[in-house]
Design a protein around this ligand. Structure first.
Ligand code: DLL
Length: 447
């Protein structure tokens, strides 16, 4: 299809209506009233059906009818990942297991996976929200959607899949991996939309370039990227190499999966779907809610989930919230790009560091490829970090030392830490097929 036709389709798509206009533009007071109703119903539901929540609500002396305004959510107890682990596998479910329709799980780095369950109604809500999410990102009914999120226990593949079907799109359920085949299918099926982790999108772009396939000239126009932190520098890189508008989407299994929050065409924060979730940001040390605009840990309460309702789930993701109006007309608040999880935060000689801060320095820098890992080691009582980053293809090995000095200097001045830097040859940093491993932690365990 020629460029003109595609631009006509894009223009039509942009001028099309919102997916759920009444809900997406609902005045904030009405949204708050809906949230309060649903919050009370959720508290009633867990009080009746989940022993852990019942005990904690009793201890806090809160009943559903005590919730008079949304601020009263602060009276509810937090739920953590440890609660899910301690009640493995189904102990926090609010419905009998035989009445559910599906189970997903996320594999932690240690111990047992976190198990989540869905009733048929939950799956339908999820499909609706994911359809809304895809539409908000620019996907439309009839689009071919190439879904390279992993299928299986991970929520990315199936969550996106059923959302795409609900939207009325044509989904290609390719899953992650077999990158060569991904490129052939993109070339042959001509999808308009690509869904993948940002790191895997880049791996696809890289192999395509090596094979002489120019994906910027392909049918792809929109990319939904999420499931891991990524930076603005990475967005620019992906947009340039894949020729798509790269949209950030956020979600987590404990709360649902993908479809919790997504950017609109403004690419200026991710609209969190407030008719189904209540968002707060707290100080991760004290648990005290922070005023709008301040950075802290995102806490989410589900408002409509039946099988696994969550009260004030501590995501450990660091972000900020804004209710400022968005030019797209949607009234739902926005989360700022999630820079990382509090668990991924490294403390290097007293300076807090997220891998994405290093990414922002590396990606797009001349002579470097956007593939990196941070190696953390213990030297005496101090943690030290070595940045391993690849040289761009064609850069001579004798230029590596100068590149490393340049990176070290910029990391010191922009991020404020002293790091050793190793510039590696192209292909030496492992490529991801799903969530990228950004940190190799070589510190002794349990210290
Ligand atoms: O990653 C769900 C998902 C699938 C989201 C596909 C978006 C697209 P989990 O495997 O449970 O679920 O991992 C959730 O991944 O708490 C964040 O730390 C991180 N994460 C997810 N999306 C983003 C994002 C899925 N857009 C955990 N930016 C979350 C930064 C993200 N981090």
């Amino acid at each position: 299809m020629g460029a003109v036709t595609w631009s006509v389709i894009d223009a039509l798509a942009r001028s099309a209506d919102l997916h759920a206009p009444q809900v997406e533009t609902m005045p904030r007071e009405r949204l708050a009233a809906l949230q309060l109703d649903r919050l009370r119903a959720t508290v009633r539901h867990v009080m009746e059906n989940v022993p852990l929540h019942r005990a904690r609500l009793h201890a806090a002396a809160v009943r559903a009818e005590d919730l008079r305004s949304l601020d009263d959510v602060r009276r509810l107890p937090f739920t953590t990942k440890a609660d899910l682990r301690d009640h493995y596998p189904f102990g926090l479910f609010a419905l009998p297991i035989e009445s559910l329709a599906r189970i997903h799980a996320s594999s932690g780095t240690t111990g047992k996976p976190t198990v989540v369950g869905y009733s048929a109604g939950d799956l339908s809500t999820w499909a609706d929200l994911m359809a809304r999410t895809l539409h908000c990102a620019g996907a439309r009914r009839g689009d071919i959607i190439h879904n390279a999120y992993g299928y299986g226990l991970f929520t990315g593949g199936l969550g996106t899949h059923y959302g795409a079907e609900r939207l009325g799109a044509v989904v290609v359920p390719v899953s992650g991996g077999s990158t060569e085949r991904q490129i052939a299918l993109i070339t042959d099926f001509k999808p308009r939309v690509l869904c993948a982790t940002p790191s895997y999108a880049l791996a696809i772009a890289e192999l395509a370039e090596q094979q002489g396939v120019d994906l910027t000239k392909s049918s792809l126009r929109v990319g939904l990227f999420g499931a891991e932190p990524w930076s603005e520098a990475m967005r620019a890189e992906i947009e340039a190499r894949l020729g798509v508008r790269a949209i950030d989407n956020y979600g987590l299994s404990e709360v649902m999966g993908p479809g919790v929050a997504v950017e609109c065409e403004q690419q200026d924060g991710l609209h969190g779907w407030e008719d189904h979730f209540l968002f707060e940001v707290i100080d991760p040390e004290t648990g005290v809610p922070l005023p709008e605009g301040e950075a802290g840990e995102l806490v989410i309460t589900t408002l409509t989930k039946q099988a696994l309702p969550m009260l004030r789930y501590r995501t450990r993701d660091i972000t900020r919230l804004t209710t400022a109006p968005c030019a797209c007309g949607r009234s739902h608040l926005r989360l700022l790009r999630v820079a990382g999880r509090s668990d991924d935060m490294l403390i290097i000689r007293g300076v807090n560091l997220y891998p994405s801060q290093i990414e922002a320095v590396l990606v797009g820098r001349p002579g470097l490829a956007p593939h990196y890992q941070l190696v953390v080691e213990r030297a005496g009582h101090l943690d030290e970090v070595t940045i391993e980053v690849e040289a761009a293809p064609g850069v001579a090995a004798d230029a590596h030392a100068a590149l490393a000095r340049d990176v070290r200097h910029h990391v010191k001045s922009l991020v404020g830490i002293s790091a050793a830097v190793r510039v590696l040859a192209p292909g030496e940093v492992p490529r991801s097929q799903g969530k990228a491993v950004r940190v190799r932690d070589l510190r002794p365990k349990g210290v």
